[in-house]
Design a protein around this ligand. Structure first.
Ligand code: FAD
Length: 264
């Protein structure tokens, strides 16, 4: 199982910022809308996409964006476009999708003024154009009777809350979600049988993902044969978390893991 093998989406969708604002101390929600947001298939779970954003340093040329993302199409796109006006490109998750209203929410970690997407979200204005290249889901439901282990930091909060929302109501498992502050905790609409364990760093000295990794490292799967794991967030959390589970006897095919970002 893994991001490469899971069900895929494709196709380009344009939208405009409808509203934007901070929903918790370290998370900004940007709602985008337009007819294409009614057309985008609603896949739920950790549905993610490549997001093309306006540049912060000048005009942006949104032409030539490919409708699927392969090595060839990406190289062609780079050759056809000028680096000075090329949109910013990052990966994000559907937080909520309301096709009937033609709206989609994207939750951005507000990680300061370094980078492009995080800073853009903190000052996004209604009417700004964005383009979405659909990528589908990384998460795949396992067979009945599996125990789900979902682990992530704040960048994977939209993905894990989406998975919890869309899992079968009789699912069982544990979700470990690390956030910067206690006030970053959000409502989780998970099945009753899935415990949601929030961990807040509440200080700037602890590296993002470190507390979730510590919690995961203390987890011994009662039965590795029926464990389905999903680990996403800072790269060390994803790779070391997977290593721990493999050492505990969980088959690699039972672990979906993705380094969403990399701490410097
Ligand atoms: C499939 C997928 C889905 C994702 N979904 C989401 C999502 O829904 N919401 C979300 O916020 N992120 C999500 N991410 C992660 C997001 O793509 C990265 O955090 C991205 O690097 C942000 O781009 P940027 O321009 O803000 O920063 P960059 O220009 O990439 O990096 C600039 C600096 O910021 C640091 N940085 C980047 N991200 C973070 C962070 N989260 N916390 C602290 N420091 C950071 C980097 O280490 C670097 O020093 C997802 C990633 C993947 C692969």
């Amino acid at each position: 199982m893994g991001f490469d093998e899971a069900r895929k989406g494709r196709g380009l969708y344009t939208a405009e910022v409808v509203r934007a604002g901070r929903i918790t101390p370290n998370m900004v929600r940007v709602t985008v809308g337009g007819p294409d947001m009614g057309r985008l298939p609603r896949q739920g779970f950790d549905h993610w996409f490549r997001l093309f954003l306006p540049r912060l340093d000048g005009p942006t040329d949104f032409s030539h964006i490919p409708d699927h993302f392969g090595a060839g199409s990406y190289m062609k796109y780079m050759a056809q476009t000028k680096s000075e006006t090329r949109p910013v490109l990052r990966n994000y998750t559907v937080r909520n999708h309301r096709p009937e209203a033609g709206e989609l929410d994207i939750d951005f970690v507000a990680h300061g003024d370094i980078g492009e997407a995080g800073p853009w979200a903190q000052q996004a204005q209604p009417g700004e154009k964005i383009v979405i290249l659909d990528q589908g889901c990384g998460f795949d439901l396992a067979g009945d009777g599996d125990f789900y282990l979902l682990v992530g930091d704040e960048s994977a909060l939209p993905a894990i809350l989406g998975i919890l929302r869309d899992m079968p109501r009789n699912a069982e498992g544990l979700a470990i979600i690390e956030v910067p502050e206690s006030a970053d905790v959000q409502d989780a609409e998970g099945p009753k049988g899935v415990e949601v364990r929030w961990i807040a760093r509440n200080d700037h000295a602890t590296a993002a993902g470190a507390l979730a990794l510590k919690e995961l490292s203390g987890f011994t799967p009662p039965d590795p044969e029926i464990l389905t794991a999903y680990i996403a967030g800072e790269r060390t959390l994803a790779t070391e978390g997977r290593r721990h589970l493999v050492r505990e006897g969980v088959g690699k095919h039972r672990i979906t893991f993705s380094g969403y970002w990399r701490a410097d």
